[in-house]
Design a protein around this ligand. Structure first.
Ligand code: OAD
Length: 248
């Protein structure tokens, strides 16, 4: 794909860059996105129906098992060239913030540092009642979900479910990063789940150049300054190499 030279120049000289990633960036690692037809073991369940407090209240075992399966999927694979390219981009830009909706932890493994996890992290566990993060519990009971060692209630993944609020400090930091960004990249997100989907709008309102990287159009596409239509695992390495040929 031909990357516009004006875009390369803008990236090279930008002092502040913010990025929002969604499930699409992990697609090339083999992790299914949320809004595509699912295959395999969990094909008959909609992820958007399992990732809810109601689903957990009704069938905590099913939801826990789904997360156990998803953790296994993630652990069996690794970050892809898109994740690594973002870590190289961070090293080039004075002020860089990586905002992610993903819970897979791949950005950190790939070497990104200034990461805001809007929807939590699937490898962290918390008490479903007290919401304290719990690092270890008694596996010998064989409970699914396991029980909180402090209060005996169920444990759950420390992720944000539908209808739940985002961590306010993380969201505020993401909005600040968007508002101060000269360049904002929206990568691999369908831009339908709010408030995450509003973050690029803050960047736009503050005059940022908006770049979208996605093989399919989204609600954001008409507002993007540049649309790089294709898989992020190919486009991001090409973009960073075009701006900093020596970085590769
Ligand atoms: P979605 O599944 O809604 O969207 C994935 C996006 O990735 C789509 O726009 C695809 O076109 C795009 N995509 C597919 N393959 C790609 C590739 N190789 N490179 C780049 N993009 C690609 O996922 P999200 O937008 O992340 O929230 O979903 C947002 C939130 O909805 C999730 O964080 C989760 C979900 O419900 C919660 O659980 C709260």
């Amino acid at each position: 794909m031909e990357i516009p030279s004006k875009l390369i120049q803008a990236l090279r000289t930008a002092r502040s860059v913010a990025v929002l990633t969604g499930a699409g960036i992990s697609k090339e690692s083999g992790i299914p996105t949320f809004r595509e037809a699912q295959t395999g073991l969990w094909a008959r369940y909609e992820p958007t129906e399992l990732a809810t407090p109601e689903a957990f209240n009704e069938n905590p075992e099913l939801v826990w098992q789904w997360y156990t399966w998803r953790r296994g999927l993630i652990q069996a694979t690794e970050p892809n060239p898109g994740h690594y390219a973002l870590a190289r981009l961070e090293a080039q830009v004075p002020q860089f913030t990586l905002i992610t909706q993903n819970v897979d932890g791949f950005h950190k493994i790939a070497g990104s540092e200034n990461i805001l996890e809007l929807h939590g992290n699937i490898f962290r566990t918390k008490c479903s009642v007290e919401h304290t993060v719990i690092k270890s519990w008694d596996e010998s009971q064989g409970d699914e979900p396991p029980r909180c060692p402090n209060c005996g209630e169920y444990l759950r993944p420390d992720v944000v479910w539908f209808c739940e609020g985002l961590p306010q400090d993380v969201l505020a930091a993401a909005i600040r990063a968007a508002q101060s960004a000269e360049i904002f990249l929206s990568i691999g997100t369908s831009a339908v789940v709010h408030p995450a989907a509003s973050i690029p709008v803050y960047a736009l309102e503050s005059g940022a150049v908006l770049i979208e990287i996605n093989p399919a159009p989204t609600h954001l596409t008409p507002y993007a300054t540049y649309v790089l239509a294709g898989p992020s695992g190919e486009i991001l390495p090409a973009l960073v190499a075009a701006a900093w040929p020596e970085s590769g």
